[in-house]
Design a protein. Sequence first.
Length: 483
Amino acid sequence: MLESASRAPARTRARLAATALAATTLAAAAVVAAVTTPASAASGLGQLAAAQGRYFGTALANNHLGESAYATVADREFNSVTPENEMKWDATEPSRGSFNYTGGDAIVSHAQGHGQSVRGHTLVWHSQLPSWVSNGGFNAATLTSVMQNHISNVAGHYKGKLYAWDVVNEAFNDDGTRRQSVFQTTIGDSYIATAFQAARAADPTAKLYYNDYNIEGINAKSTAVYNMVKAFKQQGVPIDGVGLQTHLILGQVPSDLQANLQRFADLGVDVALTEVDVRMQTPADSSKLATQSANYAALTKACLNVARCVGITVWGVTDKYSWVPDVFPGYGAPLLFDDSYNAKPAYTGVSGALGGGTSSPSPSASPSSSPSSSPTSSPPPGRSCSATYRKVNEWNTGFQAEVTVTNTGSSSMGGWTVSWAFPNGQKITQLWNGTLSQSGANVTVKNVSYNGTVTPNGSTTFGFTGDWSGANGTPSSVTCAAS
């Protein structure tokens, strides 16, 4: 169905050229005026997914973030992002031992500023390799060292800042045999396990994924991946998840997608749909768009029906910048928003599957916070709460902590706000299950739409990772205000 190795530098150059052309022909203000947007961030797909215990993300391209409409939709709709090209080998280590994190850092910073988690993509892949790796002529020992050094540096640079890494990408052929990449032919079968071990050493907290295409259904390729993951679990090789890219053709959602997700989950790993798009022969028409909507709804429901399916990522914000037309001439329109950032029927298909209804978003220029996350000036009678801070893990200059919010009142509360001051100037880098505001040492975290309501004696938690220098003391006082 798909050779996603074709997402090569030529496609990237074509997209950059398209961006430059768009910039010269379309004013940003005009684009924003045409955007169809919801009135509240609570209605975004990320918030709807979070209420179901999932994330809903998108691939993000740093060179498009300067386009107001692009950033507006990305920030409003998605609570997870995957850098499209900025963390691949050719971008991060273009020459041996010389690392460049400019593009990746920009996306991580943007995500942190908008409460989004980040999936790293990708550490080891046969495509978008600089020639010094693919044509270096290294022996097995040297290439192993080169690979380990790359993983150590790149994953180490983002240590504590990413939710997950696609450690190895597309290592199998459709018939279930190993792809004859430079890693496979030089190092052999062991390179995948070695890569996962290096990634775990570089970032102990990130979830480690194997990622591939054409493994959505039960077939020779997905079974080969299944057998590898099963062996890794038995051998103690660190692997936390399997990413099913889910680049689909219109009308071809595998009937056994859910069963396939479940069999991987039964191995004791998480699963995720990591690069979703549903391409069609263009031009689009109402019939094709309706089928596409049904396809998106079906794959969303399949994920929701598997407890360990943790989230879905669509491979792009808008049809305008999709990779599909470059690689599959005559095909396109694969995403949830059209070239003008209007929500397509596919958007309502996903929204409906996530429990958000089937109406399109209403116009708005930018996201706003959920009403439940804004406390009143004083709590209503019978509403009070407490908050307990707990350090979960600490390493070098990073740490992970968790805060438990408990309803200490006699009636249910509809929202909460937790505040504290770090004693040593710590900086939160990524927070989940809450909305963060930090100014210097002072931190305020408010509930999000799905965890504001807490019954008497009930509790909820939020967590975060952060950076520290010199010391990492626990705040002396953590306050909680109920609403």
